[in-house]
Design a protein around this ligand. Structure first.
Ligand code: PRT
Ligand code: MG
Length: 220
């Protein structure tokens, strides 16, 4: 195989995923040479001339990997469920960027009674697919409204009765007078690998996947 075909591109997003992937990369002997928080570069070299990191939006990671523009990447389960996972092999739960996806309502709104009485609920969320499946499985009628951020505002300004969003400490909900009424699922980030790259670049990928797997067990 040529040198070029063994070049690896890893897709990461800035912020918590980048920060929490760094120790896993180090376990595989890879050090990223620049910090995406201070650099404007979207392609970051590493100490390994055959490995580069590209910085993309968290929700775009699966797309870059699906089309082979990146060989592998790190994405939250929330993002992967919305994407659908087409063209992606998902071998490892990295146990990083952990949180939960939950339903929250304005303090004082009686969610359980509304659900029991079969009320039709308006729900704002970025996670339309996952929310649709959750409420369908419960037999709750919902009108889902897609938002791209600041979901917490929805119930406060009369756009919705409830939100479906990610929660970690709960302080964003508290600051906006919202209460968590139902946990939908636990969320963590997964390693995703392009299916063709897994076959064609297995020799280069395998040791990195093994190092990631061993290091991520310590986060479990
Ligand atoms: O920010 P941007 O719009 O660019 O993209 P993004 O929000 O998708 O990226 P980023 O980096 O914020 O999140 C990347 C991944 O981290 C997500 O896909 C999740 O899998 C994971 N993750 C873990 C979280 C959180 N914890 C989290 N707390 N993603 C978002 N949040 C947000 C949440 O949406 C809410 O606004 O933090 C707020 C709640 O936090 P607490 O601590 O106040 O409860
Ligand atoms: Mg964010």
């Amino acid at each position: 195989m040529t040198q070029h075909s063994q070049q690896l591109t890893l897709a990461l997003s800035k912020g918590r995923i980048f920060e929490e992937t760094l120790p896993l990369l180090e376990a595989a002997g890879i050090k990223v040479s620049e910090n995406p928080e201070t650099s404007r570069k979207l392609i970051l070299p590493t100490n390994d001339p055959n490995v580069q990191v590209i910085i993309v939006r968290a929700s775009d990671v699966p797309t870059y990997v699906q089309y082979g523009a990146a060989d592998f990447g790190v994405a939250g389960k929330d993002v992967l469920l919305e994407h659908g996972g087409e063209g992606l092999y998902q071998p490892i739960d990295l146990n990083i960027a952990k949180c939960r996806m939950s339903v929250a309502v304005r303090a004082g709104f009686d969610y359980d009674t509304a659900v029991r009485q079969g009320a039709r609920l308006r729900v704002v969320t970025k996670y339309v697919q996952t929310a649709r499946e959750h409420f369908a499985a419960k037999g709750v009628h919902v009108d889902l409204i897609k938002l791209y951020g600041s979901m917490e505002l929805g119930p406060l300004v009369g756009l919705a009765d409830a939100i479906v969003d990610l929660v970690s400490t709960g302080s964003t909900l508290r600051a906006n007078n919202l209460v968590e009424v139902e946990e939908i699922m636990q969320i963590s980030s997964r390693l995703v690998v392009n299916q063709a790259a897994l076959k064609l670049k297995r020799e280069r990928l395998q040791p990195i996947l093994e190092a990631f797997e061993a290091a991520s067990k310590r986060n479990a």
